[in-house]
Design a protein around this ligand. Sequence first.
Ligand code: 5GP
Ligand code: MN
Ligand code: MN
Length: 341
Amino acid sequence: IGEPDWRRAADLVEGAGTLALACHVSPDGDALGSMLGLGLALARSGKKVVASFGDRMFEVPRLLRFLPGQDLLVEPAAYPAEPELMITFDASTMERLGLLAPHAGKAGELLVIDHHVSNTRFGTVHLVDPSAASTTMVAEELIHRLGLPVDRSVATCLYTGLVTDTGSFRHSVTTPAAHAMAGRLLETGLRPEELARELWDRSPYAYLPVLGAALGRATLEPDAAGGHGLVWTYVTRADRAAQGLPYDEVEGVIDVVRRVDEAEVAVVLKEDDAGGWNVSTRSKGVVDVARACAALGGGGHARAAGFSSALAVADTMAALRPLLTPPPSHLPPPHPHRTEP
Ligand code: 5GP
Ligand code: MN
Ligand code: MN
């Protein structure tokens, strides 16, 4: 049980007249990349395709606006109410579809394409591969099984999900299969350096003072995370308002904070424009942050997970801190980081 059902998935896609695609809310590179990559490949084969995500504020994050295939996107309000075939991308639960969850509930068939180990198998057919580094890896295989060509535009979408979810081939999910897929995609002529610059190596000037403020208040707690160390900080909407910086520009703060040697776990709390908080967590090899975030209503992967919180920063940290425990097999280090040799 739980094996990907390639044959049924391919039959459904080939038999459907209209395909309604949806990825998780606040879409990242893997969510949009897998949805638009498969969407483009299908649209070019003559299928009618609509794609969307269920955010109240429907807007593609600025960093991902270079992705091809955005003409497939429709607002949630224009999404088919009862799609004959709906396909979900990178969403581990029905709730992750936000405003589009009711549509999924009414779909004739619901094909779930994902790579989260925590996927709840909420569809009628599932292509869920927890060993895949990204959902775009699963999407690529489906494209091949459908016999559809991968041109440079499709490859750009698929590669974006691959590099974002592997952290540019740095994270533990970086398998030979992930590199092999990158090789295939580069054959289409896509330029990895241009993509990397779009994704990671550019920010408005206003980002620097906001990043500075966040880093300036970073806190190291050597005793937390079972003695393996925790580093955390936060970015308020006032920080951003002072510089006129939009919310989606602060995604990368966690990538700076997580580099701290003395901490196994890194946490960044980000206040959105409505005053709610989105919490990013990362770990290095001991603490399962997906478990901790799931306990607070979120989820994700063992080394990268998140959740939303309506609480104040200190209260969110008070709820999260005791959940950041290593499994029993990982006893605290004999010499805590704070004791110098
Ligand atoms: P990030 O910190 O980059 O926003 O999210 C890291 C990972 O955590 C994502 O790839 C996603 O799998 C997961 N994640 C983040 N926020 C949430 C959330 O609110 N709910 C769930 N279920 N997963 C989340
Ligand atoms: Mn995702
Ligand atoms: Mn993913």
